[in-house]
Write a protein that binds this ligand. Structure first.
Ligand code: ADP
Ligand code: MG
Ligand code: ZN
Length: 597
């Protein structure tokens, strides 16, 4: 509040006075004088009880001979005056009261007017304040970031290529002359692309820490507002602000929120997001290449971005952040174990080997879970047990100790898991089994943890087939021992079918030849691919189904043969699993020895 708004104050006072004067007669009514009915009055008059009377229009007031006051009303009673004269009552006629018409006027005219005026004024005030809010919406929320804990490139591991690329950018901002002397044009925009949790936001914060220039950070969702045009206004003001503080970096996180293909989405046309995107494109083209502003954006869906954004001169460089490899995972684990006392048996190298496919965020989560588990056990340091348990937790959720499972079901689950485990040992190209457990975890009743020895980027046909065999192992074992199928294999079957379908339709690994079938269609407004475009005939569809069927059946039979040859072993391991509930490492290795391959 800068200064008092006198107009408002006056309005308040007027309103209070008005309401007060309207309420006043109600709050303090005039002294109560008993009211007589007119007939009662006439009776009193007949019996000579009235001493004096004053007539004021319809209102009659007076005194009885007893001295009591009274009042009554009469409407047009012509005999009143003669009767009063007859009875020798002292009477006088007064002019109708001034206050009467005054109050009438207020109640009938002024009050409603005042009421509407008040209402109008309130509404106006409301509108004005929300207007002011809408206006401030248009301003950008990006502020140069002042981070308390400075994040540097040292805090980011496993994404070396991306780091190199970004270091170059920082270099340019620090010494632009060096690049310009050689006629180099540094990219205007740089797009960080990577799966969720691979460290895009972290990397951007590291640049902010390293570059020593103003760093404007805004998230794509900040631009998408209820009101059309607000997002565009924000983009405009963000760039205005940035231009005042060059050299600087603008970071837009989750740019897919605004940067989707134009013309997509329900209703199509010119919606808010589209306007925002247009404004962004205009601004990116608008600034002089010599202005040292670099725009960094992050997304995990580059495929849905509007092609105009990716054109040279805009986000012309894309930097990919992969899930970390073995070495990267080790480095990330070391970063996140800082400040967490590790026991002497904790081996980060082994842990890194056991976590293929984990992103940086998963690894951070893992270290945190392990620390929580250790604290819960009142330990002073984190041991390998907690780290192992944390891996399982991140992969499959916490153990459900409370879930009660009957002995019969446990027996089935044990054989099911042993089926998977034995097959993964029997089939050399399948990922080796690391742990089996019949303790329910997450949604699963049992749990077989298979881990590849190294990061895989390619999958061969034989590997795919052996993976499907291992998935079939659970069901096959159940059927062999109990002569019955259970619903426990549902997830296995789903995954096996999906993989078989991929082999046929995407990898070209079937008798239908090396080609793909069907095209994924991105439903942009939903942000995921839900429709599959069929680019083949119904006959081919039939053939595909048959091929998938053939693969699954083949794997099923192979699993059956292999497990059949090792039935005794299967029963031995299942017995051990029933007793111990979890089998890991050497113990499991010992049991899986001398099997019939
Ligand atoms: P994204 O933005 O790609 O979804 P974030 O940058 O938000 O992922 O990562 C989430 C957290 O995961 C980070 O705060 C960090 O603790 C951890 N993290 C992710 N990637 C890495 C990495 N490469 N090195 C170290 N920590 C990482
Ligand atoms: Mg992020
Ligand atoms: Zn299974």
């Amino acid at each position: 509040m800068k200064n008092i708004n006198w107009k408002n104050v006056l309005l308040y006072i007027a309103a209070i006075l008005l309401v007060g004067s309207l309420l006043a007669p109600l709050v303090s009514p005039p002294v109560k004088i008993p009211e007589l009915s007119f007939s009662e009055f006439l009776n009193q008059l007949d019996t000579n009880n009235i001493k004096e009377v004053a007539i004021q229009g319809e209102n009659i007031s007076g005194k009885l001979k007893t001295g009591k006051e009274f009042k009554t009303r009469a409407s047009d009673y012509p005999n009143l005056v003669p009767t009063l004269r007859d009875k020798k009552v002292n009477f006088k006629i007064e002019a109708p009261s001034e206050s009467g018409w005054f109050w009438n006027l207020i109640i009938q005219v002024v009050a409603p007017l005042a009421f509407f005026a008040l209402l109008w004024w309130l509404l106006m005030r409301q509108a004005q304040s929300s207007n002011a809010q809408a206006m401030s919406f248009g301003r950008s929320r990006a502020k140069p970031v002042i981070t308390k804990q400075k994040i540097t490139f040292k805090d980011v591991a496993g994404v070396d290529e991306a780091k190199e690329e970004l270091k170059e950018i920082v270099e340019f901002l620090k010494t632009p002359e060096k690049f310009q002397a050689l006629g180099a044009r540094i990219p205007k925009g740089l797009l960080l692309v990577g799966a969720p949790g691979t460290g895009k936001t972290l990397l951007a914060r590291a640049i902010a820490g390293e570059a020593a220039v103003p760093f404007f950070s805004i998230s794509g969702s900040d631009f998408v507002e209820m009101f059309v045009g607000v997002g565009a206004g924000r983009v405009r003001s963000l760039f205005q602000e940035a231009k005042k503080q060059t050299p600087c970096i603008i970071f837009m996180d989750e740019i897919d929120a605004v940067g989707r293909h134009r013309g997509a989405g329900l209703g199509g046309g010119h919606d808010e997001r589209e306007q925002t995107l247009n404004q962004l494109l205009v601004e990116m083209d608008g600034f002089d290449p010599k202005t040292n502003i670099i725009i960094i954006a992050a997304t995990n869906r580059p495929d849905i971005l509007d092609p105009a954004l990716l054109r040279p001169g805009r986000f012309d460089r894309q930097v990919f952040l992969d899930k970390p490899d073995l070495k990267g995972r080790e480095e990330i684990l070391i970063i996140h174990s800082a400040g967490k006392p590790l026991g002497s048996d904790a081996d980060i190298k082994i842990l890194a080997r056991r976590t293929p496919g984990f992103t940086g965020a998963d690894l951070e989560n893992l270290m945190n879970e392990a620390a929580i588990l250790a604290a819960r056990a009142d330990k002073k340091e984190i041991n390998m047990i907690e780290l192992e348990e944390a891996v399982d937790r991140v992969l499959a959720g916490p153990e459900k100790k409370s879930r009660v499972i009957s002995d019969n079901e446990k027996e089935i689950v044990a054989f099911h898991e042993v089926g998977h485990a034995l097959l993964s040992k029997l089939l050399p190209k399948a990922d080796p089994v690391h742990k089996i457990s019949i303790l329910p975890r997450g949604l699963a009743l049992g749990y077989t943890l298979q881990l590849p020895l190294e990061d895989k980027h390619l999958i061969s046909k034989e590997e795919a087939l052996q993976d499907i065999c291992v998935l079939m192992g659970g069901r096959v074992a159940e059927e062999m021992i109990f002569n019955e199928a259970t619903s426990g294999a549902q997830n296995d079957l789903e995954r096996a079918t999906a993989l078989a379908k991929k082999m046929v339709c995407e990898y070209g690994m079937s008798t239908l030849g090396p080609r793909t079938f069907g095209k994924k269609e991105h439903q942009i407004f939903l942000g995921r691919d839900i429709a599959e475009m069929k680019d083949y005939s119904d006959q081919t569809a039939d053939a595909i189904d048959k091929e998938v069927q053939k693969i699954i059946e083949g794997c099923y039979n192979r699993a059956k043969t292999l497990l059949g040859q090792n039935r005794a072993k299967m029963e031995e391991i299942a017995k051990a699993l029933r007793e111990k509930e979890t089998l890991v490492g050497e113990e499991l290795e010992a049991l899986l020895k001398d099997i019939h391959v």
